[in-house]
Design a protein around this ligand. Structure first.
Ligand SMILES: [Fe+2]
Ligand SMILES: [Fe+2]
Length: 287
């Protein structure tokens, strides 16, 4: 098993990061941390920002050159979630463990001024590009990370969700390779899927896996259209009604309206309104 210390960030690809950061700041109160140094000819730019209420960052990636991997991603799939980044205890040991588990560290081990890193290719993980890194000694430092609830009244980022064909197989992979732990499982006969929530070592954000149980399930449709991989990001808000009203004020129609069907009261932001990411917004019940 790879020794994961924490989830560092979720990364989304977008043609231009500046307006997208502004939207994310307005809606979710993200706190800008820094922009990537994008010297001329460097293939990508972007920024990272602190999320409110959850110890994790949100990254935006923008292509700088036509042959950038970010441009290829945008051409193939459009804007949206690109990778998940985990900090590991020791990157060399993590790469060695990948080899023992029968995976090739994708791109080998590379280094920038702060990190040593490698990747798990989506074909090895059933559809997610995982970035693994460890910090070089003396890098990092204290930054002001005070994010705010934003217009939507975000309390915390709750989970990132993955769509796959085989739930048990994926739970086994996440456990064996990344040391995640299944916390609860359920089946929704109405929507036609079964799912599990897993904890990520050292992290507030949880990992959800959904698999279809019927051909007409939304999970089946998603996999047929987009392939297996990341599906949505779920955010707890103070009030679903208030968040929906805040979306309306921004000219965004809450996708599928306000849903109160026995689970928690929730709504969605359609990817076309959010820069390519399906967001689920929910409030906790009082009881
Ligand atoms: Fe990243
Ligand atoms: Fe979810």
């Amino acid at each position: 098993m790879i020794s994961v210390t924490k989830l560092d960030h979720l990364s989304a690809a977008i043609p231009k990061w500046e307006p997208q950061f502004e939207l994310m700041r307005k809606l979710f109160g993200l706190k800008f941390l820094h922009e990537f140094s994008s010297s001329p000819g460097f293939p990508f730019g972007g920024c990272v920002a602190q999320v409110h209420g959850t110890n994790m960052e949100w990254e935006l990636l923008t292509p700088n050159t036509p042959d950038s991997f970010v441009q290829k991603f945008l051409d193939d799939r459009g804007a949206g979630l690109h990778h998940i980044t985990l900090e590991v205890e020791d990157i060399d040991e993590a790469a060695a463990e990948m080899e023992r588990l029968g995976m090739k560290p994708f791109g080998g081990i590379t280094e920038d001024s702060q990190w040593r890193m490698t990747y798990i290719h989506p074909k090895d993980s059933n559809g997610i590009l995982w970035q693994l890194f460890s910090m070089l000694p003396g890098s990092g430092g204290d930054e002001d990370r005070t994010a705010t609830p934003g217009e939507l009244g975000a309390v915390r980022f709750d989970h990132v969700s993955m769509a796959v064909d085989d739930l048990d197989k994926q739970i086994e992979w996440q456990t064996r390779v990344l040391g995640m732990e299944a916390l609860r499982r359920w089946q929704d006969d109405e929507l036609g899927y079964k799912a599990a929530i897993m904890s990520i070592p050292g992290s507030d954000l949880e990992f959800e896996i959904m698999a279809p149980i019927r051909e007409d399930s939304f999970v089946r449709k998603f996999i047929d259209e987009r392939g297996k991989g990341m599906h949505h990001v779920c955010v707890e808000v103070e009030s679903t009604e208030a968040a929906a009203a805040a979306l309306e004020r921004q000219g965004i129609t809450p996708f599928r309206g306000i849903i109160d069907n026995g689970w928690k009261k929730h709504t969605f932001i359609h990817p076309k309104d959010s820069g390519g990411v399906l967001f689920q917004l929910f409030e906790e019940r009082d009881d």
